[in-house]
Design a protein around this ligand. Sequence first.
Ligand SMILES: Nc1ncnc2c1ncn2[C@@H]1O[C@H](COP(=O)(O)OP(=O)(O)OP(=O)(O)O)[C@@H](O)[C@H]1O
Ligand SMILES: [Mg+2]
Length: 237
Amino acid sequence: MITLPKVETLKPKSQPHNFFIWGATMSGKSYFASFFPNPLVLNTDGNSEQGSAPSIQIRNERNEKGELRQSAIKQIDDVILALQNQDKTKPQFETVVIDVIDDICTMFEQAICFDNGVQALADIPYGKGYAMFNTALQQFVIDLKALPMNVIYISRELTNVDEKTGRKSYEPSLKTKYYNIVNGNCDLVIRTQRLKGDNFYRSIEAKRTDYKPENITNKRVLKLLETIPGMFKKESK
Ligand SMILES: Nc1ncnc2c1ncn2[C@@H]1O[C@H](COP(=O)(O)OP(=O)(O)OP(=O)(O)O)[C@@H](O)[C@H]1O
Ligand SMILES: [Mg+2]
């Protein structure tokens, strides 16, 4: 029979492991992510050779007949399997960066469409296309979260203009329903901005709890988080 835990009040020493970074293009998203400990970048936009971190290009590959030869879903599955079984005698990857999650979602959609010979998820009857997509995305996020690593999701920025006032507002470009799936599993949401005069700025948009610097075990992560105004409450410094 299963042994239940003792009835007691715990004092959790929580620290963030799952991050969501969003910002305009060239605002320093990939740059920031590359400073995390031993990162592996799952790249979608083909500019991986510009980064300093090792990377894997994620893509749907089709043969001459247009059939799916390798789906992005299967490819990512293989990467996660390899990360679960890293060689413990060698230096290991400690961070996985999804650069960018918007594209991964599009690739998942495409892979399901190719597999079913349709143009759009809506063309698969009884909402089965959307159901398959949600399962694939949820599985991806859950598998990543289960890895003993930092996980960083990167998303681009969407600008909304209020037609009446002309006022602009900004949000992650990942579709809201996908954002909710991914973000439900994140601890910190960080926005990057490039201000005038090449000033790079980061801000905390959301945090799961008030993290304390003394609980962040990795010093490199601590140093990075300390560069973000509002990350730690003053009194806990
Ligand atoms: N904090 C920083 N200090 C100095 N240079 C920076 C900083 N952040 C980013 N940069 C530089 O700005 C450029 C753009 O940064 P980066 O590639 O990280 O942007 P990005 O947000 O990932 O853009 P994209 O959406 O196009 O991928 C790079 O040349 C990078 O070296
Ligand atoms: Mg980038």
